[in-house]
Design a protein around this ligand. Structure first.
Ligand SMILES: CCCCCC(=O)SCCNC(=O)CCNC(=O)[C@H](O)C(C)(C)COP(=O)(O)OP(=O)(O)OC[C@H]1O[C@@H](n2cnc3c(N)ncnc32)[C@H](O)[C@@H]1OP(=O)(O)O
Length: 200
């Protein structure tokens, strides 16, 4: 999750996935991907993928932290890695994987203009819901839909940084943000694991 301070405001960088990709074509996500055996840890995976996808070199990133993992629609564990990048960074999207790169003010994930929730059946079968934001980019005159796992991580990072109550409902206890997000994650992880073992 690349963060940038531009004109005194905090922005987060997203990518639009290429239509050529088998998985989630055209959807908005963060630079990232599957770990390789040669990656030392999730930070190494994130840095390698950011270089491959948008031409961001590890020396251009100041890694800050990892966040609580999420589980995607096929049950894969996804660990967000947060890092600062310079405001001079010029993305060079790899067209095989990324069709566009754009910035959104992080505060948009606390106080959005266009927001809705979508019903969602989790991998473990539990009925749940997802955040869905539409961001109208004033400079480029385009609209982008940021939803699902990507929106989940953007909201969580905005809550950690701004410590403000958002204008929409969240599934966290704001007074115990980290522990409540860990609890949510563990419940989902256990439920998925138990679901799988029960089929044996
Ligand atoms: C809250 C839960 C909501 C769930 C629903 C949604 O979010 S849908 C909402 C909107 N969409 C999103 O938010 C996008 C979410 N997806 C992502 O952010 C990204 O897919 C990702 C960072 C998790 C992974 O990036 P990429 O798919 O570019 O990764 P990469 O090119 O390395 O993928 C190569 C192969 O490895 C798989 N792969 C990727 N990450 C993996 C992981 N953590 N564990 C296991 N497998 C993984 C890919 O599916 C792909 O399989 P194949 O070769 O078999 O294809």
């Amino acid at each position: 999750m690349p963060l940038m301070v531009k004109d005194g405001k905090l922005y987060v960088l997203f990518t639009v996935r290429s239509m050529k990709l088998r998985r989630s074509p055209g959807e908005v996500c963060f630079p990232g991907g599957k770990s390789e055996p040669t990656d030392r840890d999730e930070i190494a995976t994130a840095l390698r993928e950011a270089k491959e996808e948008v031409g961001l070199y590890p020396e251009q990133v100041e890694v800050i932290c990892r966040l609580v993992p999420g589980i995607d629609k096929v049950g894969s564990l996804v660990t967000p890695v947060v890092g600062f990048i310079e405001d001079t960074f010029q993305a060079r999207p790899n067209p095989d994987e990324v069709s566009d790169v754009f910035l959104v003010p992080l505060e948009y994930f606390i106080d959005p203009l266009k927001y809705m929730t979508l019903p969602y059946k989790r991998t473990d079968g539990v009925a749940s819901w997802l955040h869905s934001f539409v961001y109208d980019d004033p400079e480029r005159k385009t609209s982008l839909r940021i939803w699902g796992l990507t929106a989940h991580f953007a909201v969580f990072l905005a809550l950690v940084i701004f410590e403000k109550k958002p204008t929409f409902d969240i599934q966290y206890d704001l007074d115990n943000l980290i522990s409540s997000s860990e609890k949510n994650f563990m419940e989902q992880y256990m439920s998925l694991y138990e679901g799988r073992s029960s089929k044996l």
